[in-house]
Design a protein around this ligand. Structure first.
Ligand code: 6PG
Length: 248
C-alpha cells in the first residue's frame, strides 16, 4: 500500500492545463503499456474544459485513444444535451474531436427523471467494466476532480448525505443550495483510484484550498479534504491565484 500527495504549483492557468495534460498523457500511455487500457473519470464545471481542449488538439496524435475509456466523476441531473451537462461539455471540448470509439465512452444516464435510478445504473456500468474481485472496488487509472470555492469536489458538497456513503460507488445527492440533485462518485469510489488529480485555478478557490491543504477544518465542511487515495497517487494542480493563501 503506497499513497503519495504532490502539490504542483503552476504560475498561470495555461501552465496548469499543460501540466495536467502531460500527466494524463503519461498515465494513459503507462496504463495502456502495462494493462492494455486506460480508464479515466472526467470532472465537470468550467476549469477542465481547457484541459480537454488541449488534449484534443496538442495530444491528438500522441494518445492511445482507442484504448482509453471515459467516465464522469459526477453529473448534473439533466439530459446530455443540456448546457449544464458535464458530458456535453467534455463532448464539445474533446470527445467529438478525437478518434475515440463510441463504445469507450460511458456517460451517466442523467436524463432519467429518477436520479437514484440513474446512479444505480451507473454503478452497474462501473462494476461491469471493471469486474472487481469480490470485496474489491473498481480502480480507475485516473480520476480528475475540481474543487468549488466551498471545498466541494465532484458533487460531494459540504454537509450533504453523499459524504457519509461508505459502500456505494455512485449515488444521487440532493444539494440544497443548488435546489438540485446531482449524481456523483462517492468517496470509496474516488479513494480506490490509482491516481487522482485535482485541477484548481483562480483566486476564488484560495480560501478553500488553504482550508483543505493546511487547516484542521472538518472534511464535512471541505469535502475535497476527504479525498485520500488508499493506494494511489494524489496530485493537486494549482495555479498561483488559487495557491495565494498557501503558506508552504
Ligand atoms: C461539477 C464539477 C464540480 C466542479 C467544481 C469546480 O459538476 O460542477 O464536478 O465538482 O469540479 O464545482 O468547478 P469549476 O472548475 O468550474 O470552478
Amino acid at each position: 500500500m503506497s499513497s503519495s500527495v504532490e502539490i504542483r504549483k503552476l504560475t498561470t492557468p495555461q501552465e496548469l492545463f499543460e501540466a495536467a495534460a502531460e500527466e494524463v498523457g503519461r498515465a494513459a500511455n503507462l496504463a495502456v503499456t502495462e494493462r492494455g487500457r486506460f480508464s479515466i473519470a472526467l470532472s465537470g464545471g468550467s476549469t477542465p474544459r481547457n484541459l480537454y481542449n488541449l488534449l484534443a488538439t496538442n495530444a491528438r496524435s500522441s494518445l492511445p485513444w482507442d484504448r482509453m475509456f471515459f467516465f464522469w466523476s459526477d453529473e448534473r441531473h439533466v439530459p446530455s444535451t443540456d448546457p449544464e451537462s458535464n458530458y456535453r461539455m467534455a463532448d464539445e471540448a474533446m470527445l467529438s474531436k478525437i478518434p475515440v470509439p463510441a463504445g469507450n465512452v460511458f456517460r451517466v444516464p442523467a436524463e432519467n427523471p429518477d436520479a437514484a435510478a440513474a446512479a444505480t445504473a451507473y454503478e452497474q456500468t462501473l462494476r461491469k467494466f471493471f469486474t472487481p474481485q469480490s470485496g474489491q472496488l473498481p480502480r480507475f487509472d485516473l480520476i480528475l476532480l475540481g474543487m468549488g470555492p466551498d471545498g466541494h469536489t465532484a458533487s460531494l458538497f459540504p454537509v450533504t448525505p453523499a459524504l457519509r456513503e461508505n459502500s456505494r460507488l455512485v449515488v444521487a445527492n440532493w444539494v440544497e443550495k443548488l435546489k438540485a440533485s446531482r449524481i456523483t462518485f462517492t468517496l470509496p469510489a474516488i479513494n480506490a483510484a490509482n491516481g487522482v488529480a485535482f485541477l484548481v485555478s483562480g483566486a476564488d478557490k484560495a480560501p478553500a484550498l488553504h482550508a483543505v491543504l493546511e487547516s484542521d477544518a472538518p472534511g464535512e465542511q471541505y469535502p475535497a479534504k476527504l479525498v485520500r487515495p488508499i493506494d494511489g497517487k494524489l496530485i493537486w494542480f494549482v495555479d498561483r491565484a488559487a495557491a495565494s493563501q498557501l503558506t508552504k
